[in-house]
Design a protein around this ligand. Structure first.
Ligand SMILES: [Zn+2]
Length: 185
């Protein structure tokens, strides 16, 4: 539960598919990466850049039409890299709700990567489309902070502190996982 969340909304609910992930984590299974699909329709080939075939990482989903700030219990993604799949391109269209959701996730997650539907290549004069990495939320927030002298409302300094610690921890753990076997011998 977030300390800076507005009072009077005590009933946080898990995002769609959150129960399965929560149960897995209670059993000690902590995925390095979790997908959060932001869209009315899910299953458009959401693959992240972390060695992903689309089914590698657990999936959560949020419908923009139903999303209300501070109503989702994001503790379920604590410490994980979260790949957010922005099906509506809200990330480049100033989507206020979208960024509010990203900021909420950032309070609990490790790195928060935004994927956007875009042209991924050309084959025979025809462009192919799919999800591609657009940006890392903390990097964009830091750019805004440098330009404006203040952290953006959707990613305040408190979020940056929380997220910064968890980002570092995520990279440490990931580096340990990828350590060559011979190095451990
Ligand atoms: Zn993935």
């Amino acid at each position: 539960m977030s300390e800076s969340a507005p009072a009077g909304k005590p009933h946080l609910k898990l995002p769609a598919y959150g129960k399965a992930l929560l149960n897995a984590r209670r059993l000690g299974e902590h995925p390095p990466v979790v997908h959060v699909i932001y869209g009315e329709e899910w299953g458009r080939g959401e693959r992240c850049g972390e060695g992903c075939d689309g089914a590698t990482h657990p999936r959560l989903a949020v419908k923009p039409s139903e999303f209300q700030p501070w109503t989702i219990d994001w503790r379920v993604v604590t410490g994980c890299l979260v790949a957010v799949f922005d099906s509506r391109e809200d990330c480049f269209n100033g989507g206020k709700r979208f960024y509010e959701m990203v900021g909420e996730i950032g309070r609990f997650a490790g790195p928060v990567h935004i994927y956007r539907w875009q042209e991924t290549g050309r084959a025979g004069g025809v462009s192919t489309t799919g999800y591609g990495l657009a940006f890392c939320a903390s990097v964009v927030a830091a750019q805004v902070a440098r330009a404006n002298g203040a952290w953006p409302g959707w990613w305040p300094i408190e979020t940056e502190r929380l997220n910064g610690e968890r980002r570092e921890r995520w990279f440490r753990l990931t580096a340990a996982r990828h350590e060559p076997v011979s190095a451990a011998a």
